[in-house]
Design a protein around this ligand. Structure first.
Ligand SMILES: Cc1cc2nc3c(=O)[nH]c(=O)nc-3n(C[C@H](O)[C@H](O)[C@H](O)COP(=O)(O)O)c2cc1C
Length: 323
């Protein structure tokens, strides 16, 4: 069996190397269900939620509402201190997820200001107590997503601490917080992290197709790959990568993309009610791409308040009726 066909072990889970990464506002339940139309066994991340928000939830944390078919599913949280971790873990485990991921890579200003996200990478004593609290509150697999560092690179030290505190795997997006999403992800650093620990190391950043996946492997030798923006409005991407790794080509037809976009909109309306149409606007520009009239169609549809108009616009775009 080739490297690409082998599965990786994260605690008691065995999953393919290509994984659906976390994208807040994008990888919600409707999107994950769409991905499942193509990929049945791949691990899928959800969207980050703060432990206090989960612990104090009275049924309003939408992110905890998911369907069995979305599993294997990993729920991602952020935290700045040990308070609320235990209560949040109890609720998350009770919801039936397969894995819990702590995000200490988030660069967002409001998150780091509150002491959560990537700022935790600059305070290892505080990070250690947080990691220990998670580990002792969880019997399901526990993973951590990191960056290259906060202001300075220290991913190798952080990775060792994560392993020592009993995590089952870690994912690295090898850019500093100060880089946000700019510059190239440092795959060599991911390779150094891989060499420093024995738990599985997953790599996030810049993997959008088979060529970039192979490059990431060659330069880092990691165990698994989180597909982030490459998955955005391309629910077939994990399947495409799996097919490519087996030497086959996969390219969805326009008809198939149209079917996906319509199913996506319907699923968002089901899940979010009428707000689903507004939430779908984040996906529209990614579906309506290419062709001379794409920008004009996009401009109309992202402002539309009519489900029928958006559906009709999508149909016309993909069947070429606009041109
Ligand atoms: C819109 C958006 C939302 C994101 N939300 C999350 C999140 O909730 N949790 C997380 O760990 N990373 C989040 N990320 C970071 C991605 O998971 C990933 O690490 C980063 O985008 C690099 O990978 P990519 O090049 O495959 O997108 C987000 C990124 C984007 C662009």
């Amino acid at each position: 069996m080739s490297y690409w066909q082998e599965k990786i072990k994260i605690g008691n889970l065995e999953v393919p190397r290509f994984i659906g990464g976390p994208l807040d506002g994008i990888t919600d339940s409707p999107f994950r269900k769409l991905v499942r139309g193509y990929s049945k066994e791949e691990l899928l991340y959800g969207e980050m939620r703060h432990v206090a928000c989960v612990a104090n939830d009275r049924g309003r944390v939408k992110a905890l509402a998911f369907e069995q078919l979305e599993r294997p599913f990993t729920f991602q949280v952020s935290a700045s201190k040990t308070e609320f971790i235990k209560q949040a873990c109890e609720k998350i485990v009770a919801s039936g997820v397969d894995c819990l991921d702590l995000n200490i890579g988030c660069p967002a200003r409001n998150v780091v200001k509150s002491g959560a996200g990537s700022s935790l990478m600059s305070d290892l004593p505080r990070l250690k107590t947080i990691l220990e609290t998670f580990r002792s509150s969880l019997e399901i697999p526990f993973t951590v997503k990191i960056r290259a560092g906060y202001k300075h690179q220290n991913a190798v030290d952080v990775a060792k601490l994560i392993q020592d505190c009993g995590a089952d795997a870690l994912a690295i997006h090898p850019r500093l917080q100060t880089q946000m999403f700019t510059g190239s992800p440092d795959y060599n650093l991911a390779g150094l992290v891989k060499k420093a620990v024995s738990i599985p190391v997953l790599l996030s950043g810049g993997i959008v197709n088979w060529t970039t996946a192979q490059l990431a492997y060659e330069q880092s030798g990691v165990d698994g790959y989180l597909i982030g923006r490459g998955l955005w409005s391309k629910p077939w991407k994990l399947h495409e990568l799996k097919e490519n790794a087996a030497g086959r080509i996969f390219k969805p037809t326009d008809e198939e993309i149209l079917g996906c976009s319509l199913a996506h909109l319907d699923s968002m309306l089901d899940y979010y009610g009428s707000h689903g149409l507004f939430a779908f606007r984040k996906h529209l520009p990614f579906y309506i791409k290419g062709g001379s009239d794409a920008s004009a169609v996009r401009a109309i549809l992202v402002r539309s308040v009519s489900v029928d108009e958006v559906k009709e616009g999508l149909r016309k775009f993909f069947t070429g009726e606009n041109s």
